[in-house]
Design a protein around this ligand. Structure first.
Ligand code: NDP
Length: 273
């Protein structure tokens, strides 16, 4: 019997993502920036999507300085974008590259940590919109380009609070539960009819602005840097994961690889996000 695919143990070759065009949302900072830089390092042409052109330009320059393939920038504020903005991004991408081989939904908003009883309704709507609805809308508009790829991957960024409910995580956790559902539905719809695989990846604790907001008293030195967590992203975007779809993965040790949602959730602990 062959072992189930585990993106944590895959060793990428230097040209693992060569020739692939991969879009990353929230590529301006934190995990998204680290994933974008890693994709470029492994040879991908990266489409940097974010709300701040200035921050995206800085990542673009980092990729160029490291000798990576020239990246593209797509400015899209996921809170404010309307259908026309999504269409413009998809048209620009199709005009420049014709196809898309990878789409990493990484952008996210924490909102507030608060009991459901007192959760602020406008914040609820905003967090659900940026973290869930925008990922749906962007996937939908980019599906034609993904279908043109011979081996495409869609990756949604998960969280352990979106696999097992935990007090006070409110809209953020509900949106992450929603992404797990969206991923499963899309994987089921595309399996057998396209070369697109769809999975979720929980990065686990990462030293970013969002983590600091969620755990302000935590010793940051104990939290892994985003740069150390990019291997599983590369594995799930590259040829190693071809045919692997509809699964929920973790980037850090402690959980079974590609566990079903219930199995993955039972291993959560209070310090995991
Ligand atoms: P950061 O806060 O560092 O990064 C969030 C990213 O989302 C930034 O690039 C930010 O852009 C972008 N973003 C926020 N709002 C919008 C918007 N309206 N339009 C476009 N982009 C937007 O957080 P992380 O890097 O930690 O989070 C990345 C992902 O990882 C998220 O999905 C998060 O839920 C998930 N995650 C993180 C964990 C952790 O411990 N850090 C643990 C589990 C999951 P800008 O730079 O302009 O602010």
């Amino acid at each position: 019997m062959t072992e189930p695919f585990d993106p944590r143990t895959h060793q990428a070759s230097p040209g693992e993502l060569a020739g692939r065009i991969i879009a990353v949302t929230g590529a301006s900072s934190g995990l998204g920036r680290a994933v974008a830089l890693a994709c470029a390092r492994y040879g991908a042409t990266v489409v940097l999507i974010g709300r701040s052109e200035k921050k995206l330009e800085a990542v673009h320059a980092e990729i160029a300085a490291a000798g990576g393939p020239e990246a593209a920038i797509g400015v899209l504020d996921l809170e404010r974008a309307v259908a026309r903005d999504y269409d413009q991004l998809a048209d620009a991408l199709a005009g420049r590259y014709w196809r898309l081989d990878g789409l990493v939904h990484n952008a996210g908003l924490l909102g507030t940590l608060s009991p459901i009883e007192h959760y602020d309704v406008p914040t609820w709507c905003r967090v659900l919109h940026v973290n869930l609805t925008a990922a749906f809308a962007l996937t939908q508009v980019l599906l034609p380009a993904l279908k043109k790829s011979a081996d495409a991957a869609v990756l949604f960024t998960a969280s352990s609070v979106g696999r097992r409910g935990r007090a006070y995580w409110g809209a953020y956790a509900v949106a992450k539960f929603g992404l797990e559902g969206l991923s499963q539905i899309l994987a089921d719809e595309l399996e057998g009819t396209s070369a697109i695989r769809v999975n979720t990846l929980n990065p686990g604790r990462a030293r970013t602005a969002m983590r600091r907001q969620a755990y302000p008293a935590e010793d940051v030195e104990t939290v892994p840097l985003p740069e150390t967590l990019t291997g599983p992203y590369v594995a799930l975007l590259g040829p190693a994961s071809r045919g692997v779809t509809g699964r929920a993965f973790d980037a850090q040790p402690g959980l079974p690889a590609g566990a079903a949602t219930r199995a993955a959730s039972s291993a959560g602990s209070s310090s995991r996000e």
